[in-house]
Write a protein that binds this ligand. Structure first.
Ligand code: PHE
Length: 440
């Protein structure tokens, strides 16, 4: 365990300098407004977005030419362009890839029928700007407004934001692609005039199968399920090859019913690549659509890119290193690219242990995600992983102690001990300043 900083005065001076240009979730910034992408918002008791995240919100990896995230986007978009054509042989789907990531709670949650008490709304899981706005936690946030605008077939691609742990597979910003397809009775049944989309059908439960919505006829539901699943299996084959093993897993989302996840077998394990389902009919009626049934899905681009290009660490997507980016310069979208790691530099491991202040011993007032954001803010991408390795409550005093292991590793060079010590001490000071913890 690391000792408390030796030259605490010097470290504190550095800390003050550091925080002049940054802020963390735990302590409200001195100013009462926050500016993101040239828009200014009022802070309130919900604000937990950090400057580190505000900086990341300016990049647009999904539209940066030759960036691996953009390559995966292009492959998926091209698959939709060629699979769905209108009568004039033009692509049916339109693509929205520059919608602002700043959305209202109404867009991110209410429009998707996500209940008030749903865990996805928690402050510990989202980056809130204030009580009214947040950085979208999924691209599905735009579904309802695009349907209201009159669209029937569309894709949404964008950056999404979630507070999460720190390891090689999680980053607070990642990218998603969502799709919606709505069909009228005539489009679904062609010339079968006696078939209907809607019915008040009491046989909601198909024996042995998932539960369809009661308002849908069995035949409408089945045709939609079939089109959704064949489209997505086709997509999985397009990305991972014809031989890919896959399976469907039942799940639930507030905005689709029934809902499924598609898993592909990759590297000796089943990997969930997307969530999908038949859209809740009430979501459609809420935006004025009464004559269509829809399917929708959403997938994460990083996870697919990490598999396709064999990229081991999610931080690499944010690297400016030409050794990384130049490996994706191939103009042939279909040519297989396997990323060759730029040498692996050594890790440097330090633990940090502290007593929580007495008023913060419950899990609601201090959560690990607060600490992870502080680490990201101070140390940025120098940190590869943070693990909670120990926690205990003192039997007499009732005080709670936590120990986190911080694994430092730079993507592009070897870190010196001195610089890691310095950053680690900055983290200790920041933690005691902002959470009132006592370093042990
Ligand atoms: N928004 C869901 C997620 O982020 C994915 C999803 C989109 C599921 C659309 C169903 C329909 O996990």
């Amino acid at each position: 365990m690391l000792q408390y900083a030796t030259n605490i005065v010097k470290i504190r001076q550095k800390l003050v300098k550091h925080f002049r240009c940054s802020s963390t979730s735990a302590k409200p910034n001195l100013t009462d407004t926050i500016t993101i992408n040239n828009k200014t918002f009022k802070r309130d008791d919900y604000t937990n977005i950090t400057d580190k995240i505000v900086c990341l919100a300016q990049k647009s990896l999904h539209t940066t030419p030759h960036h691996p995230i953009s390559l995966v986007r292009q492959r998926i978009v091209n698959y939709f362009y060629k699979t769905f054509l209108n009568s004039r042989r033009n692509p049916l789907f339109s693509v929205y890839d520059n919608l602002s990531p700043i959305v209202s709670l109404a867009q991110n949650f209410d429009s998707l029928l996500i209940p008030e008490n749903h865990p996805s709304r928690l402050k510990s899981d989202c980056y809130y700007i204030n009580r009214e706005y947040l950085l979208r936690a999924h691209t599905t946030a735009h579904q309802a407004e695009l349907i209201r605008a009159g669209l029937d077939n569309f894709l949404i691609v964008g950056d999404v934001y979630r507070r999460d742990e720190i390891d090689s597979k999680h980053y607070p910003v990642f990218h998603q692609l969502d799709a919606v397809r709505l069909k009228t009775k005539d489009q679904l049944f062609s010339c079968e005039n006696d078939l209907k989309l809607f019915d008040c059908d009491d046989t909601a439960c198909i024996p042995g199968g998932p539960t369809k919505q009661r308002c849908h006829t069995f035949e409408a539901f089945k045709l939609m399920e079939h089109e959704l699943k064949t489209t997505l299996v086709g997509l999985a084959k397009e990305l991972f090859g014809n031989q890919v093993r896959y399976r469907w897993v039942d799940t639930s989302f507030p905005f689709t019913q029934p809902s499924w996840e598609l898993e592909v077998y990759y590297n000796n394990e089943w990997l969930e690549i997307l969530g999908c389902g038949i859209m809740m009919q009430s979501l459609l009626t809420n935006v004025g659509v009464n004559n269509r049934i829809g399917w929708a899905f959403g997938l994460g681009l990083e996870r697919i890119a990490m598999c396709l290009f064999k990229i081991q660490d999610i931080r690499l997507f944010w690297s400016n290193d030409s050794g990384f980016l130049n490996q994706f310069k191939d103009d042939d979208l279909k040519s297989p690219i396997i990323y060759k790691p730029i040498s692996q530099h050594p890790q440097c491991i330090h633990d940090i242990s502290f007593w929580l202040p007495e008023d913060k011993t419950d899990s609601l007032s201090f959560c690990s995600n607060d600490f992870y954001d502080l680490v990201r803010n101070v140390a940025g991408d120098l940190v590869e992983q943070v693990l909670l390795v120990d926690q205990f409550t003192h039997p007499k005093s009732g005080k709670k102690s936590l120990c986190y292991r911080i694994i430092y590793r730079h993507m592009e060079r070897t870190l010196t001990n001195a610089e890691v010590n310095e950053v680690h001490q900055l983290i200790e000071c920041a933690a005691s300043d902002q959470f009132g913890v006592t370093i042990r």
